[in-house]
Design a protein around this ligand. Structure first.
Ligand code: PLP
Length: 352
């Protein structure tokens, strides 16, 4: 024991390792699912105007301007259905802090977003990974509770696979669970459906969203929760007082009001994604059809790590992921057409 030891539970935790963020300019960056396009021009001018605003004052503690605009755009009954956060990672932190106590349990599918495990570890809680079945379906037991289970996380679309679980299935899972089911919709803007309607029908279905991916604002840090108002009010009590800063709130409000921009960018990215999937398949990869802005692929040669290194040497950064017993592969974010052409050309060169 030393005077500066952290809590015992923290000595066992697995820290979350984010994807590499090299200095800008050197790499074609296809490793962290950022938007390759700049954010809406209205966001840039809103931030510029805000620079002369009341920066000496604390911001609105609940980002009301954003919540009003988002409720309107998303067709929710009112702003009290939304909790704004410093990125959706902060929303996930608030949820785990609110629901999962020491010794209790959080459930997540496998393979999926590893951060959930870290958040449970920080609480001194346990986590349980339920493997996806073939075809990326969930087993019935994913929706079955036990006395310790306090929170279930489901990224939909999932990362790294880009696959989706249907709203019907999600509704069934939530009905049989004894706790909240959090549908992490970080990538839902790239998919054909989302679960916002289900939040209004079921008090234990919660949706989290981020402006980091589809809105091109990963650098700004803004995300939000959609849940029933009584729960939003309770969770609001356990967030940091000023969790959304003045500039981020202004940027996020302008972004959510840019739905035409969003539709254009999503269409561009999904078109590039289709082309990328076709080409990767022709090169010999097994490609999982994606509903997100990235593609999960494996190659029969198994040379994923070497290919990742080769691409990196050639200034192209993709994500190599190793889920030990389950297997490894590459998750490639959908970039601009030029970026993806360069990446595909380099991959072909590697195999020739
Ligand atoms: C990127 C990502 C997030 C994090 O979003 P931020 O708003 O940038 O914190 C959350 N969940 C999943 C599954 C993600 O891939």
């Amino acid at each position: 024991m030393s005077k500066t030891d952290l809590r015992p539970a923290l000595s066992r935790m697995l820290p979350y390792t984010p994807g590499e963020q090299p200095p800008p300019g050197k790499f074609i960056k296809l490793n962290t699912n950022e938007n390759p396009y700049p954010p809406p021009p209205t966001v840039v001018s809103a931030i510029q105007d805000a620079a002369t605003g009341p920066l000496n004052r604390y911001p609105d503690p609940t980002a009301t301007s954003f919540r009003r605009a988002a409720a309107n755009v998303l067709g929710l009954p009112g702003p009290d259905w939304i909790l704004a956060g410093n990125g959706s990672d902060e929303i996930l932190t608030i949820l785990v802090r609110g629901f999962v106590g020491e010794g209790q349990k959080l459930r997540l599918p496998f393979p999926s977003y590893i951060l959930y495990r870290t958040l449970a570890d920080i609480q001194g809680a346990n986590w349980e990974q339920i493997p996806f079945l073939d075809g990326w379906h969930l087993p019935t037991m994913f929706g079955q509770g036990d006395s310790d289970l306090r929170l279930v996380m489901l990224p939909n679309p999932n990362s790294p696979s880009g696959t989706v679980v249907s709203p019907d299935e999600i509704e069934k899972l939530a009905a049989s669970l004894p706790c909240p089911l959090v549908v992490d919709e970080a990538y839902a803007d790239f998919a054909d459906f989302n679960c916002l309607d289900l939040v209004q029908k079921h008090d234990n279905i919660l949706v989290t969203r981020t402006l980091s991916k589809s809105y091109g604002l990963a650098g700004v840090r803004f995300g939000y929760l959609v849940a029933q108002p009584s729960l939003v009010a309770k969770l609001s009590n356990i967030k940091d007082s000023y969790n959304c800063d003045y500039l981020a709130t202004i940027a996020a409000t302008a972004a959510i009001n840019s739905q035409d921009w969003l539709a254009d960018v999503v269409e561009k990215i999904n078109t590039t994604r289709a082309r990328m999937q076709t080409r990767l398949t022709e090169i010999g990869f097994n490609v999982t059809p994606s509903h997100a802005n990235f593609v999960w692929c494996t190659h029969p040669s198994g040379r994923h790590q070497e290919l990742h290194e080769y691409l990196k040497k050639n200034q192209i950064l993709v994500r190599y992921m190793d889920f030990t017993d389950w297997g490894d592969g590459l998750r490639i974010s959908v970039g601009t057409d030029d970026q993806i052409d360069a990446c595909l050309m380099m991959i072909e060169r590697y195999f020739s």
